[in-house]
Ligand binder design. Structure first.
Ligand SMILES: [Zn+2]
Ligand SMILES: [Zn+2]
Length: 316
């Protein structure tokens, strides 16, 4: 029996916010207050990604909480000369693979795809994971983010942008990148919380859930690399695998389950008026032979979504 684990149901779940601000930049809460707030809401992992400053918060670690060392760098078209009539910006969250070895790397020198792609490469060479943030909020399009190099992940959902400017969902931008870049891009939902910017509370609205054998810096980074996590604004995904040529999904009760590929038509679309769908299966021999990847998405009765990472079929 051949089995490919897309999301391991036999490993514990660790809820994480991979994009967070504190009093180290323009957030309202101290790092300790952020930890306390998120732990009280069931989180195990926070990537501290203050603006343009790298701070190691390993002192916050305890057996049930892990602080990831990160930084958010911004390169702004307004600062470097307007490209268009309106301002645009590129924000990257970089997370150190080894906090003890993290070397500070700062923003790109100019708002050009070449400079930003070089910055992504510089982060990689210095041992960082790079997530490309909130494209809808940034007013960026494929003209920009298709040319930003080999970033590892992209925010499909940013809760702070949703409450502050009503454009937190970047599903269209993410789908475009996946379709045209033809490589796995990790699918990230995050808060980008500042806790108090003349809008409602922007914490605990978008997250990822890691599956890992235990909670440690190494195992969480490995789960990121192996895409053993999903992104969510509400629903839970319990497990997902390919078993004997059938994709199998188990989740919390939802209204819709979609499995999309690179084209218009879903590979699978199921719904329940009573919002009681908890399982779906898709036979791989039933899909078009030119399918490059399968991308599972679920939607609950309140319209909240969860997204698996895309699974690229072998050889595609
Ligand atoms: Zn940002
Ligand atoms: Zn931010």
């Amino acid at each position: 029996m051949e089995r490919i684990e897309l999301l391991r149901g036999d490993w514990p779940s660790y809820k994480a916010n991979l994009h967070c601000h504190t009093t180290c930049s323009d957030g309202r809460l101290t790092p300790q207050q952020v930890k306390d707030h998120y732990k009280a809401h069931g989180y195990s992992v926070i990537a501290f990604t203050d603006h343009n400053v790298l701070v190691d918060h390993s002192d916050l670690n305890d057996p049930d909480f892990l602080a990831l060392t990160g930084i958010e760098v911004d390169t702004d078209s307004f600062v470097y000369g307007r490209k268009y009539e309106f301002n645009q910006t590129c924000h990257l969250c970089a997370i150190a693979r080894d906090p003890a070895a993290a070397v500070p790397v700062y923003r790109a020198e100019s708002y050009t795809p070449e400079a930003i792609a070089a910055k992504v490469e510089e982060f990689h060479q210095n041992g960082y994971i790079v997530n490309y943030n909130h494209p809808a909020w940034s007013c960026e399009s494929g003209e920009e983010f298709l040319h930003y190099g080999n970033y590892d992940g992209m925010e499909i959902y940013n809760y702070s942008a949703e409450v502050a400017t009503n454009n937190g969902c970047s599903q269209n931008e993410y789908a475009l990148a996946l379709r045209l870049l033809r490589r796995p891009i990790r699918c990230i939902a995050a808060d980008d919380n500042h806790e108090g910017r003349n809008c409602e509370d922007d914490s605990c609205g978008g997250w990822v859930v890691f599956k890992a054998p235990e909670l440690s810096y190494r195992t969480i980074i490995e789960s990121y690399d192996r895409m053993q996590f999903y992104a969510s604004t509400g629903p839970e995904i319990h497990q997902c695998c390919i078993e004997d040529g059938v994709l199998k999904l188990d989740c919390s009760p939802v209204r819709r389950i979609h499995i999309m590929a690179q084209g218009i038509n879903p590979m699978l679309c199921e719904y329940s008026d009573a919002c009681q769908l908890t399982h779906a299966e898709l036979r791989l021999d039933s899909i078009r032979p030119d399918t490059r990847y399968l991308w599972v998405q679920i939607t609950d009765g309140a319209g909240r979504k969860a997204w698996m990472n895309p699974w690229f079929l072998p050889g595609k």
